[in-house]
Write a protein that binds this ligand. Structure first.
Ligand code: TRP
Ligand code: ZN
Length: 854
């Protein structure tokens, strides 16, 4: 079948063009006859006219890469008009039965969208528009239907959505009683084994839980199952939401474009977010497994029972579900530590996006390829909007509003308007202005200035949002600002208060009898904005030492580190002693949990510093940034070596490894200390730890410490020897080497690793480890030779015809190109233009490169 013509391919879909579908569906019945090269799919759909639509005489069904075998209406053969993307057919004005049979080829589906094969196992990925590669169907989320599925095939395990029905030799039937859009359809078939458990809901219903993996992996499922059970319990306790089927299946798949997918009753996961054992998974892996298991499970209510009307409403399910998984992880571990980790991630991914050519509203107005809009803005900024709403209305009102949302919209496909209406109705507030957060892209800046006269501190606040592509002028937004004041003796004077700022300018005043208080603002990161506030390093050090808000304590240290690094880059200054002694104090403060201390001493990464310098009106020099960070690391190690050495010894966790938050925090602090100490001890501690480690957290931590100081050749070889047969562990090995290679060697190291026989580049995890690792090596990526730009462009061009979705995502490596000097800009532009000029480039990659080039 020929591909869609390019002019066709570039057509944008617009929110303003939304029209309801012509028909509603009463039920869908499907029969799959599985075969790797020629799977037959028979589909019966009971259509009836949609009263909300006008034309009921033509049926238009989406379909791509399908071979139509037959089609009937009310059992009479019809000959629809078929194109590469859809079919159209004249239909009776009333209800009718549509039947079709198509043939598809799972083995040749390398895009990992639709029905494909991964290691001999059949699996599906339908969000956002993959179902149309399985059968002709109205593939849009506002068309919801109940599905009955029969799978015929010789695989021992045959799974689909819903509750199990009849099964026997070579077949299995499934029925999903809950109406759902096609993007939540799933089918899995293969030689799988289950790690099983059980859950009883708060209504007393029994649910069978299964984690399905390839034989041999069943001993790596304990943690995922435990996380699932804790998620089910938490959603009952905190949101009053119970599970609604007799079985919940999770399948681990090796070839997967993203993290995981919330298909009704049959979540499909990238195996890296399921499989874990102490020897093979790090603390961070465990934490991610917990968070993603929760995320997909929580979608059962926020996404599945209540879904999206169209893909412009994606943040309705994703923003809310990310917010819920963040709450869950905070409850399971430490709230302040989780908040800091989420803000770090928001800044690294979403602020980066908002400040570049790909900036878009949380609810976009148009897209060419919807897969390109599963972004940090939709997910993470979307989650921040929920958090702000909760802060504005208060916890109790939030709970009431959510209860109304579930009650009012269960079984529906909704919009952001529906969501905000629920909050307006339930709280009596007018959220018209708040809605701007969904419509205006860009990160608001909050300028803070102060004056102190007659014992009165006046804080002047001004908000503005810089222009972003297609959105020049911005209106003031509603910004919840949590703040407090500290006495110069270090005591909190007021606790935390909240200002809901809704104008461009506002003021806070504070009368005091004594000396000038110190302001702590945007406590808990109460809104996703950039605070612009001039402070001395002494003031920052004061807040780092005394703020009662843990987030702002960390934030003070962070901005302090950035100030120090900036002056080291700009005037070659030596690190300020105030900073070093502030770190010393934090390190010694045993009232602070280790995970928090570990975050406080972590230096900002190079990409973060590049953005910081760029925001300050400078052109970031990647070598100077790296050099400053290395110098500062060494300086800290030399000045604070004793306390760091003490921590390294004291934080050794006794006994067998357990992935609990407390142990993970101690290991994190210990490895942070090691990262500094390795710069002055010749790598002795890291070598010993590598030798002795009985868990992956320490093994990888030690190896990283060695590689970061250009040592570790021997350990790299030993690691490979030990783990060459474990694909997930070898992904770490690939990534560490490309990410930590010296800048002048990074492209070469990547090229050599890519030439290995086991570099199976069609596997997204493998590709992301190697190429993503190089991209995460700021100095290496931006080495003046341009070798990394070239290499990345070569690989993206090679991957594009195989897997457009993953290729398109990875073009964001170049999204910051305008930050850098003319030479580097020229080289990055040339690399992107070479990608853009590739004949037959996918619509996905074409859209991304076009937008990045601007
Ligand atoms: N809805 C999924 C989630 O947030 C993510 C997702 C969207 C996805 N499209 C996908 C996953 C394609 C895999 C492949 O959890
Ligand atoms: Zn999601």
């Amino acid at each position: 079948m020929k591909d869609a013509a390019p002019q066709d391919a570039q057509q944008a879909t617009r929110l303003s063009d939304y029209r309801p579908f012509s028909h509603l569906i009463d039920s869908v019945k499907m029969v799959f006859r599985l075969s790797p090269d020629a799977t037959r799919v028979r589909t019966e759909i009971r259509f009836r006219p949609n009263p909300a639509a006008t034309d009921h005489t033509t049926l238009r069904l989406d379909g791509e890469k399908l071979r139509l075998i037959s089609a009937t209406i009310d059992r009479t053969p019809v000959s629809p008009d078929v194109t590469d993307t859809h079919l159209t057919c004249a239909v009776p004005g009333g209800p009718f039965l549509w039947e079709s049979e198509v043939e598809i080829a799972p083995t040749s589906n390398t895009a990992l969208e639709g029905l494909y094969m991964s290691n001999g196992m059949y699996c599906t990925q339908c969000e956002a528009e993959g179902f149309r590669k399985i059968t002709y169907y109205p593939d849009r989320p506002d068309v919801m239907a109940t599905f009955s599925v029969r799978i015929e095939g010789d695989a021992p395990v045959l799974l689909s959505n819903g509750n199990p029905g009849d099964s026997g030799d070579g077949f299995a039937e499934w029925h999903d009683p809950w109406p759902k859009p096609a993007y939540l359809f799933a089918l899995v078939a293969g030689d799988l084994v289950a790690h099983s458990g059980q859950f009883t809901t708060m209504h007393g219903a029994d649910v069978a839980l299964n984690i399905w993996v390839r034989p041999g992996d069943e001993d790596k499922c304990d943690y995922a199952l435990d996380a699932l059970i804790r998620s089910m319990k938490w959603d009952e306790e905190v949101y009053g939401r119970a599970y609604d089927l007799s079985v919940f299946n999770i399948v681990a798949v090796d070839d997967f474009n993203m993290g995981a997918m919330e298909n009704k009753g049959l979540n499909v996961f990238n195996s890296r977010y399921v499989l874990a054992s102490p020897e093979t998974a790090t603390d961070l892996d465990y934490e991610r497994i917990e968070g993603i298991i929760a995320h997909e499970y929580f979608h059962n209510w926020t996404g599945n029972r209540i879904t999206c009307r169209d893909w412009f409403q994606l943040c309705l399910k994703e923003g809310l579900t990310v917010f819920r998984d963040q709450q869950f992880s905070g409850d399971m571990r430490s709230r302040p530590v989780k908040r800091i980790a989420d803000v770090l991630q928001l800044r690294a991914r979403q602020f980066r996006e908002d400040n570049g050519p790909l900036a878009h509203p949380v609810r976009p107005e148009s897209y060419v390829e919807i897969n390109n809009f599963y972004t940090a803005t939709i997910y993470e900024k979307g989650a921040e909007l929920i958090g702000m709403l909760k802060r504005i209305v208060g916890d109790a009102e939030y709970d009431k509003a959510l209860a109304l949302y579930f009650e009012r919209h269960d079984g529906q496909a909704c919009t952001i308007e529906d969501w905000l209406q629920v909050f307006e109705d339930s709280t009596g507030r007018d959220l018209t202005q708040f809605k701007r957060w969904y419509q205006q892209p860009g990160t608001p800046r909050l300028k803070v200035t102060e004056s102190f006269d007659n014992n009165r501190l006046t804080v002047n606040l001004r908000q503005y949002t810089p222009p972003t592509p297609g959105h020049a002028a911005k209106e003031p937004q509603v910004i919840p600002i949590a703040f407090g004041f500290l006495h110069p003796d270090g005591n909190d004077m007021t606790g935390s208060e909240m200002l809901i700022m809704d104008k461009a300018e506002d003021q806070i005043t504070f009368d005091t009898k004594g000396p000038r208080p110190v302001l702590s603002i945007l406590r808990g990161f109460s809104a996703p904005v950039i605070v612009e506030r001039e402070m001395t390093i002494e003031q920052r050090a004061f807040l780092l030492a005394h703020d009662t808000d843990p987030f702002n304590r960390w934030e003070a240290g962070r901005t302090l580190a950035k100030d120090v690094l900036t002056s080291m880059v700009v005037d070659g200054a030596t690190p300020a002693p105030v900073f070093l002694s502030a770190l010393d104090k934090v390190l010694r403060d045993e009232t602070l949990e280790p995970a928090f201390r570990s975050l406080c001493i972590a230096l900002p990464g190079d990409d973060d510093m590049a953005q910081t310098l760029f925001d300050a009106g400078l052109t970031p020099d990647p070598d100077a940034i790296r050099d400053a960070r290395q110098r500062l690391t060494r300086e800290i190690a030399e000045t604070n070596g004793d306390v760091l050495g003490g921590i390294f010894d004291a934080m050794a966790v006794p006994g067998p490894y357990a992935p609990d938050a407390k142990g993970a925090g101690a290991r994190a602090l210990r490895l942070s200390a090691l990262g500094f100490l390795s710069h002055i001890d010749g790598g002795a501690r890291a070598e010993r730890l590598f030798e002795a480690a009985d868990n992956m957290t320490e093994q990888v931590g030690a190896l990283a410490a060695l590689l970061a100081t250009e040592k570790g050749d021997e350990q790299v070889a030993a690691f490979e020897n030990q783990w060459r047969d474990d694909r997930l562990v070898m992904d770490k090995w690939l990534m560490l080497q490309t990410m930590l290679a010296a800048p002048e060697r990074a492209a070469e190291v990547t090229r050599d690793l890519a030439a290995r026989a086991d570099f199976d580049w069609k596997n997204p995890n493998r590709f992301r480890s190697l190429i993503g690792g190089l991209a995460g090596n700021h100095g290496g990526l931006h080495h003046e030779s341009g070798a990394a730009y070239e290499l990345i462009a070569d690989w993206l061009i090679r991957l594009d015809p195989v897997n457009p979705q993953t290729t398109a995502r990875m073009t964001t490596i170049f999204e910051t190109w305008r930050r850098y000097d003319a030479d580097r800009q020229g080289m990055m532009r040339a690399a992107m233009e070479r990608i853009a000029a590739t004949p037959g480039l996918s619509r996905d990659t074409d859209e991304m490169v076009g937008r990045i080039l601007g």
